[in-house]
Design a protein. Structure first.
Length: 225
C-alpha cells in the first residue's frame, strides 16, 4: 500500500506524468532517465513491474480466459503448413507466467535495437531503458482492451500487437537523432529482429525439450489427429 501511495496517489504523481509523456514524447522520458534524472519519472523496470502486476491482477480478478482472449492473435500467424500443430498448452504456460515473460523478452529486443541502432552511440544497457519503457507502456492499452473484453465480451486484443510495434517505431523516432522516417523503419526492423532472436531461443528450447523429455514436449505441443 505504501508503494501504491507513492507511485499512484502521491502528490507529485510520477505515474501519471510517466504515462502522459511516454504517450506523446517517449524519447524525452528515456533520455531523461539515461542522463540521470531519476526523480521526474518512474524508473523503467519499476514501470514494467507495476503495469504487468496490475494487468495480471486484473486478469485474476475478472477470471479472464487468456487463451480465448488472445486466440485471435495466435490465429493470425497460422499458415496451412503450421495448422497441424496446436500450441494451446504452451500458450497457457506463457500466460500463466506473463510477468516472467514480460521481463524475459527485454534482452532479445534490446539486442535487436542495439544491433540496428549501434551507430547512434548508445550502449546495450542504455538501449534497454528504451525497451523497458516501450514494452511496458502498451500494457496500458492491453488493460483497456481487457476491460472491453470483460464488459462487452469482444476481444480487440489483436490490435494491441500492431499498435505496440508502431508505438515502438514512433519511440525510436523520438529517441534517436537523425532522419525520422529512417528511424521509424529501423525501429520496425529492430522489433522484427528481436522476435527472430526470441524465436530462435524458443526453437532451440523445443528441440532440447524433445530430446530430453518427449512426453513433456508432446504435452506442450500436442498434434491434431
Amino acid at each position: 500500500m505504501s508503494e501504491l501511495n507513492q507511485r499512484l496517489l502521491g502528490l507529485d504523481n510520477k505515474f501519471a506524468r510517466t504515462v502522459k509523456d511516454l504517450t506523446i514524447r517517449p524519447g524525452r522520458v528515456v533520455k531523461s532517465f539515461i542522463k540521470g534524472n531519476r526523480v521526474k519519472y518512474i524508473n523503467p523496470v519499476g514501470y514494467l513491474f507495476i503495469l504487468s502486476t496490475v494487468y495480471v491482477l486484473a486478469i485474476s480478478m475478472f477470471n479472464v480466459d487468456m487463451v480465448a482472449f488472445t486466440k485471435d492473435v495466435g490465429s493470425m500467424w497460422r499458415s496451412e503448413t503450421s495448422q497441424a500443430v496446436e500450441a494451446e498448452g504452451f500458450q497457457k504456460m506463457l500466460m500463466g507466467n506473463m510477468k516472467i515473460l514480460s521481463f524475459g523478452l527485454i534482452p532479445f529486443f534490446s539486442l535487436g535495437a542495439y544491433v540496428v541502432f549501434r551507430k547512434k552511440g548508445y550502449n546495450l544497457l542504455e538501449t534497454s531503458v528504451l525497451i523497458f519503457y516501450t514494452h511496458a507502456h502498451p500494457l496500458v492499452l492491453s488493460f483497456l482492451t481487457l476491460l472491453v473484453y470483460v464488459v462487452f465480451g469482444v476481444s480487440v486484443n489483436s490490435y494491441v500487437f500492431f499498435v505496440t510495434i508502431l508505438y515502438f517505431a514512433f519511440a525510436c523516432t523520438s529517441f534517436y537523432e537523425g532522419n525520422k522516417a529512417a528511424n521509424f523503419a529501423k525501429g520496425l526492423l529492430s522489433y522484427l529482429l528481436g522476435f527472430l532472436f526470441f524465436g530462435f531461443v524458443i526453437v532451440a528450447f523445443a528441440v532440447l525439450l524433445a530430446v530430453i523429455d518427449k512426453e513433456l514436449f508432446m504435452a506442450m505441443f500436442p498434434r491434431k489427429h
